[in-house]
Design a binder for this molecule. Structure first.
Ligand code: ADP
Ligand code: MG
Length: 336
């Protein structure tokens, strides 16, 4: 449903896309994962006919994006970071207007608007101007607007960036529902966890180039997999705890005595975690903390590119970005 080959786009000296190849089969969700400035929005804008590539090919639903833009537009929906909604219109009016734009007709437009408000839990807010909506409600309305004409292919450009955790998980559920309905989706994100939750396949890009591709599990394994960390109450238990970890470890058990911490690479995920807990308990080892640490997007980046996802190196003493780590939002883009 989506195919690009050798897409190149330059803005002056900046190479936003440097020969990007993508392939998304029908019914699949492709995650385009990368830090700010990687070229994600540029790729989406080219595929949605808003921008012309300097070279390369792009096809959506079997149609050439450069030569058949009008036909492409009829088959796609786009929901972006900067909501494409009219603040002064109500939720209902926004959706109704989109329906008219797509020539659904007066009756069908109104019906579709009501359906979508219901589906996105916006019925109660449907008669209020969109400017009174919360961030999460705006994103849902924006996504609803992208679905009015029942597109075959949906583009979601960072659908949850800037949302609070609760709105983010609501949005994830909404997107998962869509995906279960068989939509073909290209979703861009800066969050490994988001790609992990929603995407069949992930393409990692940096500076307009593909640097890795695979499922979330494949990418994490490529980075060196997951590690189990154990923090002991008492250093005297070090030999016993070491033995438990060594029975499962895929590499040398690392020991940091001052922090009473042992870590080991594992390959069995939560099953290994369970075995470690069981082993420690049987050996009578008391622990302060036991955890399974999965690679973050920053780990993936560091491993693949040799640099962090953030442009600046974290200052000494800065906490390492955690699971939901993302690139710092340095500037708001104004690309829609
Ligand atoms: N309209 C523009 N003019 C000049 N440079 C741009 C423009 N849009 C994007 N860029 C640059 O192209 C690169 C890719 O940007 P973008 O596709 O927006 O990345 P992402 O969406 O991954 O954050 C960045 O270096 C960005 O600064
Ligand atoms: Mg972007």
């Amino acid at each position: 449903m989506i195919r690009t080959s050798g897409l190149v786009k330059r803005y002056g000296d900046v190479v936003a896309l440097d020969g990007l190849d993508l392939l998304v089969p029908q019914g699949e969700v492709l995650g385009l994962l990368g830090p700010n400035g990687a070229g994600k929005t540029t790729a989406v804008r080219i595929l949605t006919t808003l921008l012309e590539a300097d070279s390369g090919e792009a096809e959506v639903a079997g149609l050439n994006v450069q030569t058949q833009p009008e036909k492409v537009k009829e088959r796609i929906g786009l929901s972006g970071q900067n909501a494409a909604i009219d603040e002064h219109l109500t939720g209902f009016e926004n959706l109704d207007m989109v329906g008219r734009m797509y020539h659904l007709g007066r009756r069908r437009s109104r019906e579709r608007a009501r359906e979508l408000l219901e589906r996105f839990s916006l019925t109660d807010a449907g008669d209020r101007p969109a400017k009174t909506y919360s961030g999460g409600m705006r994103r849902r309305l924006d996504l609803a607007a992208a679905l009015v004409a029942e597109p075959q292919v949906l583009f979601l450009d960072e659908p949850t960036t800037g949302l609070d955790p609760r709105s983010r998980s609501q949005m994830w559920e909404t997107i998962q529902d869509l995906v279960r309905g068989g939509s073909t989706v290209l979703l861009t994100t800066q969050y490994m966890e988001e790609a992990d939750q929603l995407c069949d396949d992930i393409v990692v890009i940096d500076k307009g180039r593909k640097i890795a591709e695979g499922t979330a599990d494949q990418l994490k394994k490529q980075v060196g997999g997951e590690r189990i960390e154990v923090v002991l109450v008492d250093l005297a238990d070090l030999p016993a705890a070491g033995a438990v970890l060594r029975s499962l470890a895929v590499d040398e058990v690392q020991i940091d005595e001052p922090s009473r911490r042992l870590t080991a690479g594992v390959s069995g995920g939560v099953d290994d975690l369970r075995l470690v807990l069981q082993g420690l308990s049987e050996a009578g080892v008391a622990v302060v903390d036991v955890g399974l640490r999965r690679p973050t997007l920053d780990d993936v980046f560091l491993s693949l590119t040799g640099h962090h996802t953030e442009e600046e190196e974290p200052a000494a003493g800065d906490a390492k970005p955690g699971k939901g780590a993302k690139v710092k939002d340095t500037k708001k883009e104004a690309v829609r």
